[in-house]
Design a protein around this ligand. Structure first.
Ligand code: GAF
Length: 389
């Protein structure tokens, strides 16, 4: 279904207006937060994400030829290619998130045609809020409609993940694409990354807000270290499985197995696996606490997660650790931790709403003084997932 150009313009950010033609599709796909359950998705564990009020907006317009014309409005950059010639662009990373999706669509045997695509996004890049997954989800959500692919949301999520794994080269799990596609206003999701079954929990936190503290740094080793962490977890599983064949992933392991089979090694496999197994227990505890509206307990678990991510999983950095230490000094913050893949990006906090201004002012000042960095603060709302506008 396409919409009239006039109606479309009312729904989207002004920079996109010039790209809306008769027949254009307009798609919104949000970024995500993750309350708890970090680096558990690719270990078949549980995660607790939610889609947020920051999103990628995209106008896709069909063409009569085989060309793909892409326009990244915020970067003031364009890229053109043919549907028959999909490869990574030289010098620009962003086209891969779009072309990777087209490539996966082709692999499924669907006939792809040319299109023009322009997008803008208010999800900060590299902030751990899944700006890339939002882009991938918007593309498949839009192309599904444009080309009448008749894909259901689950296969679309898997396809968006495959685009990132195969074309971009980041071996991400399923959480980010899932949250961007399935998010629901006011609800946190608890996703079982093995079965892909999920439930929504209302996020009842009277007087509290989810406040993100953006370090505004993204260290370059993020992607390579991410893939290394996955391999370290796989190594742990191989060793455990040799003795306990029922263990297919770290989700099936417990601390007695980790202690028995992985301790005393000279590499980091013990620490990595210990973190994942303990995080699995924290997600269970957080889920129970959330259902009892015990946000103080959720907050304590978030701090524990940060300690594990920083010391055992080693995906934090000086800036993230600094902000979490500042958060611990603030009684108005119930919990804080680094969020997402790590090595920069945001700290997620649960913060008393009436104290946000004074607390964030104090932390911003400390961040500037200690590290000479400017902090960005986002007060988030939990919103719906991908949609055609
Ligand atoms: C990144 C990945 F894309 C997710 O799949 C997830 O593993 C996350 O890091 C860590 O929990 O966002």
């Amino acid at each position: 279904m396409s919409i009239s150009a006039t109606a479309a313009k009312a729904a989207i950010p002004a920079p996109l207006h010039a790209f809306v033609k008769e027949g254009s599709l307009i798609v919104r796909s949000p970024g995500r937060i993750n309350l708890i359950g970090e680096h558990t998705d690719y270990n078949d564990g549980f995660v607790m994400p939610a889609a947020i009020d920051k999103a990628a907006y995209m106008v896709i317009t069909p063409r009569n030829d085989n060309n793909i014309e892409l326009h990244a409005i915020d970067l003031n950059d364009t890229y053109s290619t043919s549907i028959a010639d999909l490869h990574k662009a030289e010098g620009a990373e962003w086209p891969a998130y779009i072309l990777g999706v087209v490539s996966e669509v082709q692999k499924k045997g669907y006939t792809a045609k040319g299109f023009n695509l322009a997008f803008t996004s208010d999800i900060p890049i590299g902030a751990g809020l899944s700006s890339s997954a939002a882009l991938e989800c918007a593309v498949i959500f839009g192309l599904n409609q444009l080309w009448n692919l008749q894909m259901q949301p689950f296969p679309m999520v898997k396809l968006a993940q495959a685009a990132e794994n195969n074309f971009v080269g980041m071996q991400c799990g399923i959480m980010d694409q899932f949250a961007s596609m399935f998010g629901k206003k006011g609800q946190v999701m608890q996703l079982d990354c093995r079965s892909l079954e999920f439930t929504y929990f209302p996020f009842h936190a009277p007087g509290l807000k989810i406040v993100l503290l953006d370090t505004q740094v993204k260290h370059s080793l993020a992607s390579s270290e991410y893939n290394t962490r996955r391999k370290e977890c796989e190594t742990g599983v191989e060793i455990i499985r040799a003795k306990y064949p029922a263990v297919k992933s770290l989700r099936d392991a417990d601390m007695s197995m980790i202690n028995e089979l992985l301790s005393g090694r000279t590499d980091k496999v013990y620490d990595r696996c210990k973190y994942v197994v303990e995080e699995k227990l924290r997600v269970e505890a957080a889920s129970a606490a959330l259902q009892n509206d015990d946000l103080a307990q959720v907050g304590k678990l978030m701090y524990q997660t940060h300690d594990g991510l920083s010391r055992e999983y080693e995906v934090s950095c000086e800036e993230l650790d600094f902000l979490v230490e500042q958060a611990r000094k603030e009684p108005a913050i119930l919990g804080a931790r680094m969020m997402g893949g790590g090595f920069g990006g945001c700290v997620i906090t649960l913060m008393q709403e009436d104290k946000i201004d004074e607390v964030t002012a104090r932390i911003s000042k400390a961040y500037k003084q200690a590290l000479n960095m400017d902090l960005k603060v986002y007060i988030t709302q939990i919103e719906n997932g991908s949609s055609v506008l």
